[in-house]
Design a protein around this ligand. Structure first.
Ligand code: PEP
Ligand code: MN
Length: 332
């Protein structure tokens, strides 16, 4: 990192203070027509937060000399999936579908209903990451086929999750956007395998991931060949069980507005409660999200997974009408 001090004579005192933060000064550069000096330093500790270093008397600026995620920085901010059909930028994407693909009839019925509402992205898990090994694990490869057929029949694009390296290629054959689930955000071997498919990826945030860890997971995808990463905030682990997760919309605004990164919000897993999906979908778009991922089921009481958070198709219609009135910052 580069630490600028106001006056050259501050350099030695600042160097000693930096050491207490685990930051070691490699060399001191003076001049270049500017007052003061620049300390070229390396950090060996998590203690060294820029805000703390800025508070050291004499320090006027702290910057990371080299970005830790150059491939992400250089990646495009929009991606054309098909002609005239993009992700990111001014496009507002709604991804909808069941938590799990439960049968050929179910996914076809839902795809018909969703495409009639104008939804172009169909989701549904074939391989399900479940906390309990006794819970429904998904219909696997058969479900991928059902999902592909339903999407084709109704002119939709597919989002589905790759749970393990062993079936990444099968998933990539079907998915227009390959989902890496929350529990796998730091599964670097899986990230590399998904990257090698050259498909765009939907990278869900892990329940306790910092923003930097999330950005670096995207860097793994990019350096392995992934052309485009959509970040999906789905809530982090909170301290209160009132909602399933703590939907971190401040981070959505940070990613979408400050970093300009393609960012979606998943208000279904973010809240775990059907009645909270509409307000958090609105809030997500208002925060700057480029899209939403919403779970839908036509008989949530009988769903194999995540029934309590699934909207019925008619409820989703109401939410969509409501969302049309929400100005994301891009439209204003
Ligand atoms: C999902 O979207 O189906 C899912 C399992 O979500 P998450 O990885 O965010 O828990
Ligand atoms: Mn789910």
């Amino acid at each position: 990192m580069l630490i600028r001090v106001e006056r050259t004579e501050d350099a030695e005192r600042v160097r000693r203070t930096l050491a207490t933060f685990g930051v070691w000064v490699d060399r001191v550069e003076r001049g270049a027509g500017r007052p003061g000096a620049t300390l070229v330093a390396s950090s060996h500790s998590d203690l060294a937060r820029a805000t703390d270093l800025l508070a050291i008397p004499g320090v006027v600026d702290v910057t990371d000399a080299v970005s830790p995620h150059p491939s992400l920085d250089a990646a495009p901010r929009t991606f054309e999936v098909r002609e005239g059909w993009s992700l990111g930028g001014r496009e507002r994407t709604i991804v909808a579908g069941p938590c799990a693909v439960e049968s050929e009839e179910q996914i076809d019925r839902l795809a018909a209903r969703l495409s009639a509402m104008g939804i172009r992205w169909l989701r549904g898990g074939a391989f399900k990451p479940r906390t309990s090994p006794h819970a429904f694990q998904g219909h696997g490869a058969s479900a991928l086929g059902w999902l592909r057929d339903a999407a084709r029949r109704h002119g939709m694009a597919v989002v589905t999750e790759a749970l393990s390296e062993t079936h990444v290629d099968d998933v990539a054959d079907v998915a227009d956007l390959v989902q890496v689930g929350s529990r796998n955000m730091s599964n670097f071997a899986l990230l590399r395998a998904v990257g090698r498919t050259k498909r765009p990826a939907l990278l869900k945030r892990a329940a306790a991931a910092t923003v930097d860890e999330w950005l670096l997971a995207a860097e793994h995808l990019h350096t392995s060949g992934c052309p485009f990463v959509v970040f999906c905030e789905r809530g982090v682990r909170g301290f209160d069980g009132g909602t399933r997760n703590l939907l971190d919309l401040g981070t959505v605004a940070l990613l979408a507005r400050v970093h300009g990164l393609p960012t979606f919000v998943d208000p279904s897993h973010g809240t775990g409660r059907r009645e909270l999906v509409r307000p958090m979908a609105r809030a997500g778009l208002a925060a700057g999200a480029h899209g939403l991922v919403v779970e839908v089921h036509d008989a949530p009481e009988a769903a194999s997974s995540d029934g309590p958070q699934a909207l019925r198709p008619a409820e989703l219609e109401g939410v969509l009408r409501d969302l049309a009135r929400v100005d994301g910052w891009r439209e204003t």
